[in-house]
Design a protein around this ligand. Structure first.
Ligand SMILES: C[S@@+](CC[C@H](N)C(=O)[O-])C[C@H]1O[C@@H](n2cnc3c(N)ncnc32)[C@H](O)[C@@H]1O
Length: 210
């Protein structure tokens, strides 16, 4: 979606995607990535998700990027953390250990700025992208990572006649088209879910960078 779509959602507090608890598929499947203690995890399009806190409590260093400044501000304020902010080109970096959250556009973050990461956690990031944005999103994730990087990716399926995206349905075939060249992709599990009050299925995938 365009930037204004998301900024309007945050400005009007229409953030139905923000969950009140860590995502069950994250909790159930994170350990399948087999990361070492202290792993550095990148969370694209992170919002102010409680998943960031769950990852920190699991011992990870957490690096996120989010377009909406209000989300970044709320994340630190809601936990009473005073973050140090500095300008990094187009981005503003907010740091309060173990969190580093960039305020800005995912596509403006490069590998030199991000630094090495051991894993990516994508919940409602790929599926927030319009079809025309997804190839660029996948290519940018590949550019930000090195061989051996792991990723936990959550996608969703629902009756597309009944629900207006986002989130978008991204099929298994499209996941293959987007990621197979750079990642080994394995679907771990699926579970019942709700999207906008309607029944849906969620899928959790484990990816490893080739
Ligand atoms: C569906 S929400 C998911 C947020 C979070 N992952 C969660 O699970 O709560 C998508 C988020 O991506 C942000 N976003 C959209 N496009 C972005 C971009 N190009 N760069 C950074 N953030 C972006 C939006 O502001 C929004 O907070």
């Amino acid at each position: 979606m365009e930037a204004d779509f998301w900024l309007d959602k945050w400005a009007s507090d229409q953030i139905g995607f923000h969950e009140a608890a860590p995502h069950p598929l994250l909790v159930a499947h994170w350990q399948t990535l087999g990361l070492a203690p202290g792993a550095r995890v990148f969370v694209p399009l992170c919002g102010k998700s409680l998943d960031l806190c769950w990852l920190a409590e699991a011992g990870c260093e957490v690096v996120g990027i989010e377009l909406a400044g209000v989300a970044v501000g709320d994340f630190f304020a809601e936990r009473g953390l005073g973050a140090q902010a500095d300008e990094r080109g187009e981005l503003t970096r907010h740091c309060a250990a173990p969190y580093t959250l960039y305020h800005g556009d995912f596509f403006d973050l490069d590998a030199a700025e991000l630094g090495p990461v051991d894993a990516i956690y994508d919940r409602a990031a790929l599926i927030a992208m319009m079809p025309a944005q997804r190839r660029a999103y996948a290519a940018h994730l590949a550019a930000l990572t090195r061989p051996g990087t792991r990723m936990l990716l959550i996608t969703v399926a629902y009756d597309e006649r009944a629900i207006k995206p986002p989130p978008f349905v991204v099929s298994a075939a499209e996941i293959g088209t987007l990621f197979d060249a750079d990642w080994h992709v394995e679907t771990l599990a699926e579970a019942n879910a709700e999207v906008k009050g309607k029944p849906a299925r969620e899928f959790v995938h484990r990816l490893e960078r080739r």
